[in-house]
Design a protein around this ligand. Sequence first.
Ligand code: S3P
Length: 167
Amino acid sequence: MSALVLIGPMGAGKTSVGRKLAKRLGLSFTDTDAEIVREHGPIAQIFATHGEPHFRELERQAVCAALSGGGVVALGGGAVTHPDIRDALAAHRVVLLTVEPETIAARLRAASRPVTSRPLLHGDDALARWQEIYQARREMYEAAADATFDTSHGPIQDIVDAVAQWA
Ligand code: S3P
């Protein structure tokens, strides 16, 4: 069963767009970060206690399980760094959500999720760190994507409509 997968950097709107998109298309919605938290506890705690490589392994398992379930699947921003996940994505429809740095600063400040879900941005100068991480992953995002949508401007419903039309 092919899934409609949302990838992209932290704060691009994968979870918000994914949830509405699934509703619009009448499909199930899985957020792989939420699955990891449900099974293993807060992401920041996993990073602090077991390290990032352990989180990436949990993420690999969560993503593979979610993809096999189909529907709309939102991945964490770093999922594309795992070669197994990049390989698995080839069998699915992959949508890259991007966002301009000008927008991301405000969005990260207003994030509805607690900072515990984004330990990589913890501390001062989260924007600089976000940009650095985004640049390092950009080619991986672009290589995995079948379509790209910029979420920087306009209401979220417009993005949802555009992705739904593409899908
Ligand atoms: C991460 C992104 C986060 C979460 C974790 C690591 C990353 O997900 O998986 O904090 O490496 O980019 P979001 O992209 O949903 O914030």
